[in-house]
Write a protein that binds this ligand. Sequence first.
Ligand code: GUN
Length: 283
Amino acid sequence: MPAKLIDGKQIAADKRQQIKVKVQELAEKGLVPGLAVILVGENPASQSYVKGKIRDCKEVGIHSELIRLPETVTEEELLAEVVRLNRAPSIHGILVQLPLPKQISEDKVIETIAPEKDVDGFHPVNLGKMMIGQDCFEPCTPAGIIEMLHACKIRIAGKHVIIVGRSHIVGKPASQLFLNHDATVTICHSRTTPLAEYTKQADILVVAVGHAGLIGAEDIKPGAIVVDVGMNRNADGKLVGDVEFPEVSQKASFITPVPGGVGPMTRVMLLENTVKAALASDG
Ligand code: GUN
């Protein structure tokens, strides 16, 4: 495999270790960072993500609270819970696991979270600050991608970064973060044709669509850096990304695996944002 593997699992483990030391120092001064996670309903993927987030908190010494609400919860009840957590002094970060049932407006829920506790970085205040380059909570997946490229000493400034996917959680904020790091950024999406004409121009290709096999070796430039954000189950039930890893890894210079690439980085950035929120609350 000519491409070097960007080992998100290892980079995240190293980062968790650093966060653990920081949390211990803060705890000795009487400041224990606290994260509240709200999980609505029984979606298996959401349950699994939330379980991982709570486990990570335990590992580094962050206080965590899991609030489980039934699928039938009303928007009013959920908003009341968010308001209670906004006021709770032991809670510095609030995460409402998405997606939410259809009777609830996700936008309204996100806008109700206090921006200073919005460790997901989804609140319009944080997104607006990111847009004008101010200090803010950066969304965890894009921030994790930047962090893993830094860990591999990959320069971003001046590179042509092509992002495939324009979601609010990954594609759009990733484009802004790469721009803030002086990249030239192109966003592609479902209406971009022909997609390969764009992806072949990428020095750094970020693929966040949720479509197994979307990017093959013929779709990239030799030596490209490929970041695969996709999480799909193939016919055998195996977790795969959006990129045909076996062939693309023969042509790229760096590549992230799935699993063990972007996923662990997303999780560790949530811990980092929670520590940041706790520090900011300390005045
Ligand atoms: N659902 C899928 N990814 C995420 C995430 O990063 N944060 C939240 N809150 N929900 C999600």
